[in-house]
Write a protein that binds this ligand. Structure first.
Ligand code: PLP
Length: 306
């Protein structure tokens, strides 16, 4: 039994009217832990549990950590999430609410992750937030659901952090005979490790993450995601933080769903940022990837602070 739920795919009247296109939404924000991450993370955790893992560990203070904590609770396995001091109290609380132990260590993710790695053993499985084929196979189920729903989209818009979602969606398109569907991969400026890698022709590492879209904040995309640049019709796009934040606020009004700027980055295209990016398409589908770590108050603070 997969741990994720089948999510609705709906035609957005608000965004269709606004854009003059037929806009489809895959509502991954409705996964119980708040993001698509549960698809891949849940599949990976189940895989490890079946192979005898007795505990699960993660080093993500974001949605991956929350999804591992949720999966552990569902599977009856203890979970420890190692996070850096910079992880907000809200995110720590979301992980604890799933019954996991939170260990705060170090100033940056690198240090928290280094400590997590020392805990990996025969009976303790580490779940990576994006760079794992097990995860991609799980993420691909979202495309299986679109294919089963006979949803007739002509492009798929998604956000890119480390590139796990991208790899999973491309795998899903392939295994459903939809390899010809272009993927529009969106990042925010300051977390644009894919766009800069595409421009450089090699997998670059950002010196720092400066975007509020922390869930997109992988300094380097995974090798699998860079392979997709060459093997699929991939169109890399970058929006501003302001565009992403405003898209979150407008989406909350239009669809009554609160999502992180990481998700707002994709939705910004539906709200008119970068009109050229959508111009060739009539029926774009947006992966509403979600994210549980923000609040309406935080969105408003970001909007007025910048
Ligand atoms: C993790 C995450 C992303 C990015 O996914 P990757 O697999 O790292 O590319 C985007 N949005 C949200 C809400 C996320 O949690």
């Amino acid at each position: 039994m997969p741990l994720h739920i089948e999510t609705p795919v709906v035609r957005s009247q608000a965004l269709s009217r606004l854009s003059g296109k037929e806009v489809w939404l895959k509502l991954e924000a409705l996964q119980p832990p708040g993001s698509f991450k549960l698809r891949g993370v849940g599949a990976a955790c189940e895989h490890h549990a079946q192979r005898g893992a007795r505990r699960l560990i993660s080093s993500s203070g974001g949605n991956a950590g929350i999804a591992v904590a949720y999966s552990g609770r569902m599977l009856g396995l203890p979970v420890t999430v190692y996070v850096p001091e910079s992880t907000t109290q809200h995110a720590r609380d979301l992980i604890k609410r799933e019954g996991a132990t939170v260990v705060v260590h170090g100033a940056s993710w690198q240090e928290a992750n280094a400590l997590a790695q020392t805990q990996v053993s025969a009976d303790t499985a580490f779940v990576h937030p994006f760079d794992d084929e097990l995860l991609w196979r799980g993420h691909a189920t979202l495309v299986d659901e679109l294919a089963a729903a006979a949803c007739n989209f002509d492009a798929i818009v998604l956000s890119v952090g480390g590139g796990g979602l991208l790899c999973g969606v491309v795998e899903g398109l392939r295994r459903n005979g939809l390899s010809h569907i272009p993927v529009i991969a969106v990042e925010t400026a300051g977390a644009d490790s894919l766009a800069q890698s595409v421009a450089a022709g090699s997998r670059i590492e950002l010196p720092a993450i400066t975007s509020v879209a922390t869930s997109l904040g992988a300094k380097q995309i995974c090798a699998g995601a860079f392979d997709v640049v060459h093997s699929h019709d991939l169109r890399s796009q970058v929006v501003t933080d302001q565009d992403a934040i405003l898209a979150c606020q407008r989406f909350l009004d239009d669809h009554r769903l609160l999502v992180e700027p990481a998700c707002g980055a994709s939705l910004a295209l539906a709200y008119g940022a970068l009109p050229d990016a959508l111009a060739p398409f009539k029926r774009p589908l947006f992966v509403v990837c979600g994210g549980a770590t923000t609040s309406a108050r935080q969105l408003e603070r970001w909007r007025t602070e910048r």
